[in-house]
Structure formats: C-alpha cells, structure tokens
Design a protein around this ligand. Structure first.
Ligand code: 5GP
Length: 174
C-alpha cells in the first residue's frame, strides 16, 4: 500500500472533540508507529532536501514533525508558539477563528532576510494558523518555501487562505 493509504488507515477519528459536532483527526497513532513515522518524515524530507535553511513548526504537534524534519534536513528548528509562552522578545500575529481569535508568536530574531523557511504543522483545517505562521516568517523578512502538513481537511478550504503558496500534504480528507 502507498504511504498515503497507510497514514489514512492509521489516523483515528474522535467525534465531538474539542466541541460537539467536530470530528477531530487524531494523528498520535501515526507517531506511535515507528516505521510509519520514519517513512512520513523520509517522504517530507526528500521533497525539501537542499531547499530550506530552517524549519519552523506550530505548537504543539507541528513541533513533533518540524523538529524531526529539521534533523532529517540538517537545519535548525524554530518554534512558533501560542501567545505568552516564549521567554524572549517576540513578534505576534492575531487571526480570526470560527468563534473569537487566536495569537501566535515567534522570537523576533528567529528569521532574517534571505532565509528560506519551511513551515510545518500536522493538520491544515481552516488555514488561519498556517496563514498566520507564514506571515510571521515574512514579517521578519524571510521567505516561505512551502507549508508542509500531514493532513488537509479539504472541506474547510484552508488552501483558500494560502493562495499563491506551495502547500504540500500527504493525506487529503474530503
Ligand atoms: P486551522 O487554523 O487551519 O483552522 O487549524 C489548524 C490548527 O489546529 C493546527 O495547528 C492543527 O494542529 C489544529 N487542528 C485543527 N483541526 C484539527 C484536527 O482535526 N486534528 C488535529 N490533529 N489538529 C487539528
């Protein structure tokens, strides 16, 4: 079977999480399967080898894929976090959610002009988080090479918020 089929078969649906009516895609079984996790990272890495200077991941599951991918690619890793978590001076960006808003931050010396940055997360849903992360990178003058994710929930049309960007995903859920 293909890698996409293996990941699809391993993802777990959790109904009514984090709210009633939402079916959450639980990616933790993919992490728990050592061979599958390694194969996923190998697939992500071969796409970007030699093309990125730094990998950035979005709290919290983006840390898992992003840090592993940075090691595979031989680059550094930069954490993008929820507001108030990073100890040093930060730049922040707020974005709209279905109800309310969220803020993410990065240390203000994390990226610099000319750097090629790969943005990583586990799931692309409405695209708000990914769009905000890409804008944070660009706010510090660096270039976003692509947004790489394990799963895309296509029915939420996250790609519409990432127009003009290279978006790569292993599994598309319709
Ligand atoms: P968005 O901003 O695209 O609506 O939501 C994406 C963010 O929320 C990502 O950081 C992702 O980790 C998380 N997220 C949203 N829905 C899911 C889901 O069904 N499964 C997982 N694992 N994460 C989700």
């Amino acid at each position: 079977s293909t890698l996409t089929e293996r990941v699809t078969a391993t993802l777990r649906d959790i109904p009514d999480f984090p709210a009633t009516g939402v079916v959450f895609k639980d990616i933790t079984p993919v992490l728990a399967d050592g061979q599958l996790f390694a194969d996923v990272l190998g697939d992500m890495a071969q796409r970007w080898r030699g093309q990125v200077d730094v990998v950035t991941g979005i709290e919290a599951r983006g840390f898992v894929f992003g840090a592993a991918l940075a090691l595979e690619l031989g680059t550094g890793f930069v954490p993008i976090r929820k507001a108030g978590k990073l100890p040093g001076p930060t730049v922040a960006l707020s974005y709209d959610l279905e109800y309310g808003s969220a803020t993410i931050e990065v240390h203000d010396d994390s990226f610099h002009p000319g750097q090629r940055v790969l943005v990583v997360d586990d799931v692309l849903a409405t695209g708000g988080t990914a769009e905000a992360a890409c804008r944070l990178v660009e706010q510090l003058g660096a270039t976003v090479v692509a947004f790489e994710t394990l799963v895309e929930l296509a029915f939420l049309h996250g790609r519409d918020r990432l127009t003009g960007r290279d978006v790569r995903t292993l599994v598309v859920v319709d």
